[in-house]
Design a protein around this ligand. Structure first.
Ligand code: GLP
Length: 263
């Protein structure tokens, strides 16, 4: 895993947007995996700027979102569908038919999840998957105990996640108890993975998934099994890492390192 420690949220967002932008410039019809949450908001804002001011072109991009609350219609203001429209899609030139977000109110979740996996395959697989992380170490909605080989399916949310996400709803009772989520196995199939995290509240879990053992109790730790992962953290989220000096040395000597490892 490549670990990049940014000064603050702004720099973290800029670095991650640059990684996404260079993927798009390299391959105009890239397939992106996208995430929701507060963390990637700054990244998306920077992508909008690159689109507006530097003509970053999304017209051939396909995107697949990680997850959606089960039971919420796409136009529900708390749905992840709505989030993506508001914070990204309506500001850039993606084609609506190429913006895939799980449909929370599907009548047949099992059939829907199989279809979603098929669509990702038909698109040629995900080139770059963007991830945030939950305080319990989940990626997408793969709560502790999820199989590290899991595929897109319905998952029951744990109490901590329901509490964390209650801030977006008028009361905790309104937070859905289930979600449709890509599995850990689905995520690991992406060619490259970019995880972003910021703030003190993510420090403990970042140390665990980066430097602790691979365990289904912290599903982000499965990223250790992937060959091309970049983690971009702000100083606070990185504050509990043991090997900070090493990560910073690699970052400061990036050109030399890239020359040696051939990336
Ligand atoms: C939700 C999402 C995750 C996201 C996490 C963290 O649970 N399903 O994909 O990474 O929240 O959100 P935030 O970035 O707001 O901390």
């Amino acid at each position: 895993m490549e670990i990049i420690i940014a000064r603050d949220y702004e720099e973290m967002s800029k670095i991650s947007a640059d990684i996404i932008a260079s993927q798009i410039r390299k391959k105009h019809d890239s397939v992106l995996g996208l995430a929701t949450g507060d963390t990637p908001l700054g990244t998306y804002k920077e992508l909008l700027r690159l689109h507006r001011e530097e003509g970053l072109d999304f017209s051939k991009i396909k995107s697949f979102n990680l997850d959606e609350y089960h039971g919420l219609a796409p136009l529900h203001p708390n749905s992840y569908n709505f989030f993506m429209q508001e914070h990204l899609f309506k500001h850039i030139n993606t084609i609506p038919a190429n913006e895939f977000v799980p449909q929370g109110n599907t009548e047949d979740p099992e059939e829907f999840c199989a279809w979603y996996e098929r669509k990702i395959q038909e698109a040629g697989g995900i080139d770059l998957q963007v991830l945030g992380i939950g305080r319990d170490g989940h990626i997408a909605f793969n709560e502790p105990g999820s199989s590290l080989a899991s595929r897109t399916r319905v998952k029951a949310l744990v109490r901590k996640t329901i509490e964390d996400n209650a801030r977006f709803f008028s009361s905790i009772d309104e937070v859905p108890r289930f979600a449709i989520t890509m599995g850990v196995g689905t995520i690991l199939d992406a060619r490259r993975i970019l995880l972003v995290a910021n703030g003190q509240k993510k420090a403990e879990v970042c140390a665990q998934f980066i430097e602790g053992p691979v365990t289904s109790q912290i599903t982000a730790s499965a990223l250790q099994l992937h060959s091309h992962v970049t983690v971009v953290l702000d100083e606070e989220a990185a504050s509990k890492l043991q090997r900070k000096d090493y990560y910073n040395w690699v970052r400061d000597n990036k050109q030399l390192v890239h020359k040696k490892i051939g990336r």
